[in-house]
Ligand binder design. Structure first.
Ligand code: AMP
Length: 222
């Protein structure tokens, strides 16, 4: 079974939703850099204040900051994981590979969830988030409403402060410019690591495809 998994994809492609299902099915720890940053921000820590300057405008936080939180996470939780939203730049990918190389624990699966811009805008418009537990819901699919309670933890559901048209356009531009090149980087470095999945399909179908990839026993050659 694959144990070091990265979910890659544009905003609202379902990374968080899939990660949540995979945690239940496979018991792998899930970490989202976006959730870690939002939680630091909500707690008013120095790191949170530093990150907020970038995140609220839809910009990526500097690689050094993203690496700092993720190396801390790996040191605390170990080398079994589902990463969601990390790495997000070539610099982060190179640094992550170096950290995992030192631990002799290279990535063994990267899933790229592909979704067109029109569907991304539609999903973001309908998305409500719980800033306490990180869960997300769709007003159209789950019947939740703004200001209602999170079905998981009871906190208030809100629109994230970067789930607006202006910040989303910026995030999509940045995804194309800074995150998309990671695909070429891994296709070259480790051709069998990356798998593309159409995220426009229902989440059950996407989940089945990812689960099959996790259970495949082929070993990777880098
Ligand atoms: P997400 O919840 O994945 O959409 O991330 C929300 C925001 O957190 C992003 O728009 C960035 O500002 C920041 N962020 C999350 N992950 C990273 C990362 N790996 N590198 C840089 N910034 C990140």
């Amino acid at each position: 079974m694959k144990q070091r998994i990265v979910l890659l994809g544009p905003p609202a492609s379902g990374k968080g939703t899939q990660a949540e299902c995979l945690v239940t099915a496979f018991g792998l720890p899930h970490v989202s850099t976006g959730d870690l940053l939002r939680s630091a921000c909500a707690q008013g820590t120095l790191l949170g204040q530093e990150a907020d300057v970038w995140t609220r405008r839809g910009l990526l936080v500097p690689d050094e900051l993203a690496m700092r939180i993720m190396t801390t996470w790996i040191a605390a939780h170990g080398t079994r994981f589902i990463f969601d939203g990390f790495p997000r730049t070539i610099g982060q990918a190179e640094n992550l590979d170096a950290v995992l190389g030192t631990l002799k624990a290279p990535l063994d699966l990267m899933v790229l969830l592909e979704l067109d811009d029109q569907e991304i805008f539609r999903r973001i418009k309908a998305r409500l988030s719980c800033l306490q537990c990180g869960a997300t819901f769709s007003t159209s699919l789950h019947g939740c409403s703004l200001g209602g309670r999170c079905p998981h933890c009871g906190a208030v559901l809100v629109h994230r402060n970067d789930d607006n048209t202006e910040a989303l356009e910026q995030r999509l531009r940045i995804y194309q410019e800074q995150t998309f090149p990671i695909i070429g980087y891994y296709e070259k470095k480790s051709p069998r690591l990356l798998h593309r999945i159409d995220a426009g399909k229902g989440s059950n179908e996407v989940f089945k495809k990812i689960s099959n990839l996790i259970m495949e026993s082929k070993t990777l050659k880098s």
